[in-house]
Design a protein around this ligand. Structure first.
Ligand SMILES: [Zn+2]
Length: 290
């Protein structure tokens, strides 16, 4: 009798152990599936995506390659950006793109889940496609200067980083350089804000938001809800802002602050992307087509 009680108990424990092992295995398998789903190097920090750095020469080279090898340009640019951490490493050597990247292109692509690449692809494609003109007519190309100032420190209104590109008037004369809309869209915001001074915000069809700040004044007839075409004058370069008092001028040099806030499924928060690569690309294209 005693023996059979022990046996029963042992059998019960053994059953329990089997059950626990089964649960552990299921958990491990689930963890493995989740990990392999995530493990396609697409855990790029969003601030790297936002700080997107690429010279127009490099974009043009990528475009050349896309034509030569019959690859969709935006797709090539997207995978190249993903593989290179959105070009945040210094000294990107693009001269080896054919020998190192194009030759392995199918392998590189197969590493990533296509669905997860899509938001990056859309982000890049929407901006490049919808920007039709540089925000300043090339007739004024001797009057302005700009560089990549995204991420530089700003102190007005608390410590923060610069989330745009500044295009400076070389002679610091407020009100002389017309600012034109880079895209089609609708005026979503217009008027005074403390940091941006007189600013215009234009929403494009893709949902991206183009922000033009520190204007000396607006073009006549500009108002909220107005439909804008790429190339329309929206205002004039100035130095307004950095004050709660509307109309304050001269707290800094005359320049256009240009920001691009992208509509993306990558985040629910605002994502202000570096406009510099896109500005220099469109400027180059316009200069070359002249
Ligand atoms: Zn700025």
């Amino acid at each position: 009798m005693k023996r059979s009680v022990y046996y029963k108990k042992y059998k019960k424990d053994y059953k329990m152990l089997k059950y626990i092992l089964f649960i552990v295995c299921v958990i491990l398998i689930l963890l493995f599936i989740v990990k392999s789903f995530n493990n396609n190097n697409l855990d790029i920090p969003l601030n790297n995506v936002a700080a997107f750095k690429l010279s127009s020469d490099n974009v043009i080279k990528i475009e050349e390659m896309s034509k030569k090898y019959n690859i969709d340009f935006y797709e090539l640019l997207t995978y190249y950006a993903i593989e290179n951490n959105f070009f945040n490493e210094k000294n990107l050597d693009i001269s080896n793109i054919e020998q190192e990247f194009i030759i392995n292109y199918d392998n590189i692509k197969s590493k990533y889940n296509k669905k997860r690449v899509e938001p990056y692809y859309n982000l890049i494609k929407n901006i490049i496609e919808e920007i039709e003109v540089f925000p300043i007519s090339l007739d004024y190309s001797n009057n302005y200067i700009y560089g990549d100032s995204y991420g530089a420190e700003r102190t007005y209104g608390g410590k923060r980083i610069h989330m745009g590109t500044d295009i400076m008037d070389k002679e610091n004369i407020s009100g002389r350089i017309p600012i034109i809309s880079m895209t089609n869209g609708v005026v979503e915001n217009i008027g005074w804000n403390e940091k941006g001074g007189y600013r215009v915000g234009i929403k494009s069809k893709s949902g991206n938001y183009y922000y033009y700040a520190h204007l000396d004044r607006f073009e006549e007839g500009m108002k909220k809800g107005k439909e804008i075409l790429a190339g329309d004058i929206i205002g004039y370069m100035g130095n307004t802002g950095y004050s709660k008092i509307e109309g304050t001028k001269g707290n800094f040099e005359v320049h256009l602050h240009l920001g691009i806030e992208v509509e993306t499924t990558l985040t629910k928060d605002e994502l202000w992307i570096n406009p510099y690569p896109f500005l220099s690309l469109i400027e180059n294209r316009q200069k070359n087509s002249k």
